[in-house]
Ligand binder design. Sequence first.
Ligand SMILES: *Cc1c(COP(=O)(O)O)cnc(C)c1O
Length: 392
Amino acid sequence: MITPVLPTYKRAPLAFDHGKGMRIYTAEGKEYLDFGAGVAVTSLGHAHPHLVEALAEQARKLWHTSNLYVIPGQEKLARRLTEATFADTVFFTNSGAEALECTIKMARKYHAAKGHPERYRIITFEGAFHGRTLATIAAGGQAKYIEGFGPKVDGFDQVPFGDEKALNAAITDATAAILIEPIQGEGGMRPVPPKTLRRLREICDENGLLLLLDEVQSGVGRTGKLFAHEWAGITPDIMAIAKGIGGGFPVGACLATEEAAQSMTAGTHGSTFGGNPLAMAVGNAVLDVMLADGFLARVRERGLNLKQKLAQLKDSHPDIIEEVRGEGLMMGLKTKVPNTDFVAAALDQQLLTIGAGDNVVRLLPPLIVSDDDLSEAVTKLDRTCQSFKSKA
Ligand SMILES: *Cc1c(COP(=O)(O)O)cnc(C)c1O
């Protein structure tokens, strides 16, 4: 018999009741160290006082008005995001997939408005993940997400990760854009080398294509810069963000240059809930913390510390850990045991981690993590590795 909750997730038999900072607790008070952050979402940890206060204050004033009226929180958050990035304009959504939908629609409309509606195809990369809507599963190109859901949305051409020849061969007169995650998250924490991102920017410029970045997971401070592409010294034309910007409240956004966004006039796109006052209060509160002096520098320091500790862990357990991947606080362990077994064994050590493709275990702590928390997590990971040896 089907469960009342549609069983589309294979869930751990574990429910949480409350959280504080880096820690999350069951109703019985059992404590877990959270290195998953709800898949890179609770970027400032649980129950951050500044976020709680911002949400509660807005909740007492006004929840929702629709986008038929000016929403001051949107004006403020959009202004701050445009000041802090390449972008000139922002559309707010409730999720990452919706931010990608806006990104895809905008790229197509850009060329259509220039008299080239036939230029609607977008090149994506093997191992990509862009969400679960009909267009974003087609963009991601993973058969297991596409099969059985009717004709695949047309307009996406996938090429192997890091194969410039294949990429050049895929560019035709119908190509509108290239879409890439600066660090593949679900695909297995695979960073795109900065020189490859710079090359993609050149290829786009040479061919009149738009460069679209999916920073839903890699963005909002995760790598120690506000956005991961900053490490490569390039800027995209359009970028999708979500996850960390809401700190746990559903918020996404599509950021774009004026040039790329020029045809998105009144009536061309919309969302009932996108950018509602509650979401904007939290998004602004997240930026209050992240843009404060020294915050991102601390994330960079913690990221280096974590990388070093994980390298040592790999040296201690070469039979369990094959490779350490990632940047900043977006790290992955490619394991020699099934990653699902590793995540379950880490759970026994009261440490939350998250599986990814390519048999990788993701470590995505809230960005407020301390060096002590990192040491504690690595001790738990060490015990997790040992637990496999005692079984063998
Ligand atoms: C999570 C994720 C998405 C989809 O976001 P949702 O909020 O689940 O729709 C898209 N792209 C990347 C890179 C992601 O990590």
